[in-house]
Design a protein. Structure first.
Length: 257
C-alpha cells in the first residue's frame, strides 16, 4: 500500500525524520571517508644535508618550497640514534620559525612513537611569506661518540591552505646528517677523485651500481640527480679546471653510448 502524500510531508517535518537524516549522513561519512588533498606539484618540505660535529648543539634548517600559500602546518620528525632535539630550560623544545613567519606561533612535543611533532599556525590566517627558503629551525644535539651518516625522517606532513583552509598532505621526506665531509666526485668513497669514480657514476646511470657507490658524492651539483652533468663536473675536477663547460670536454656526451 502506498503512503499518502500528506503522511510523507508529516514524516519529513517530524523530529524522527531529522534523526534519520543525521543517521544517513553519518553512514555516508563511514562509507566515503573524506581524505586530505595532496599538495601541488613541487610543494614540500626539504631537509638539507647537515655536517654534524659530535657532542655539539647545531641548528637544523627545514625549507619550504611552495607554489600555493599556507597558513599552518604540522609534521613529525624522527632522528637517528645518537641525535636528539634540544630542550630549553623551561622544558619546551628549541624550535623556531624563520623570517617567513607573520604572526605565527610554533610549538613542539614528543609523541607516543618517539617523533617530535612540530606545529605552527596563525590566529589571523596569515600566510607564510615567500615561495622558498628556510621555514623552521630545530636545535639538535649529537652524542660525543656519534659517527657516520644518519637519516632524519619527516612524516605525516600536513599544511593548511590559506585560500580555503583545506588540509593539504605533503609527501614524506628525509634528510641526512654526517660526521664526515663529503668529497664531491668521490663516487666510490676511496678518498680520491679519478676516472674510477666516473665508471661508478656511469654504472649508476645504467642501473648497475656497485655497493661502493655514494650518491651524495656523485651528485656533484647537488640537484638530487646523478647524470652526465655530474660526470662532466668530475672530469673538470680531475683536470683541475672547474670552469670548463660541458661542450668543452670532447667525448663526454658519448660516454653512455
Amino acid at each position: 500500500m502506498m503512503m499518502r502524500i500528506d503522511n510523507i510531508r508529516n514524516l519529513q517535518a517530524s523530529p524522527l525524520w531529522r534523526c534519520l537524516q543525521v543517521a544517513l549522513l553519518f553512514f555516508a561519512f563511514q562509507l566515503f571517508p573524506i581524505s586530505s588533498s595532496w599538495g601541488a606539484d613541487g610543494d614540500g618540505l626539504i631537509v638539507p644535508k647537515l655536517k654534524i660535529v659530535p657532542g655539539t648543539v647545531q641548528k637544523l634548517a627545514v625549507e619550504l618550497q611552495n607554489s600555493e600559500e599556507y597558513t599552518a602546518f604540522q609534521a613529525d620528525f624522527y632522528f637517528p640514534e645518537g641525535i636528539s632535539p634540544v630542550k630549553n630550560a623551561d622544558g619546551t623544545y628549541a624550535v623556531s620559525l624563520s623570517s617567513r613567519k607573520e604572526d605565527h606561533s610554533i610549538s613542539a612535543n614528543v609523541v607516543s612513537d618517539g617523533g617530535l611533532r612540530i606545529a605552527a599556525y596563525s590566529m589571523s590566517n596569515s600566510s607564510f611569506k615567500g615561495n622558498s627558503g628556510d621555514l623552521i629551525y630545530i636545535d639538535i644535539v649529537s652524542e660525543s661518540t656519534y659517527e657516520g651518516e644518519g637519516t632524519i625522517e619527516v612524516k605525516d606532513i600536513l599544511f593548511t591552505r590559506t585560500s580555503d583552509r583545506k588540509e593539504i598532505a605533503f609527501d614524506n621526506t628525509t634528510g641526512t646528517v654526517n660526521t664526515k665531509e663529503t668529497l664531491k666526485g668521490d663516487a666510490n668513497g676511496d678518498g680520491k677523485v679519478n676516472v674510477t669514480d666516473i665508471v661508478e657514476m656511469v654504472n649508476h646511470i645504467l642501473g648497475s651500481e656497485s655497493d661502493k657507490f655514494l650518491f651524495d658524492a656523485a651528485d656533484v651539483n647537488e640537484d638530487g640527480k646523478v647524470n652526465v652533468t655530474d660526470i662532466v663536473m668530475v672530469v673538470n675536477i680531475i683536470l683541475g679546471n672547474s670552469s670548463r663547460e660541458l661542450s668543452d670536454i670532447e667525448g663526454v656526451n658519448n660516454i653512455l653510448d
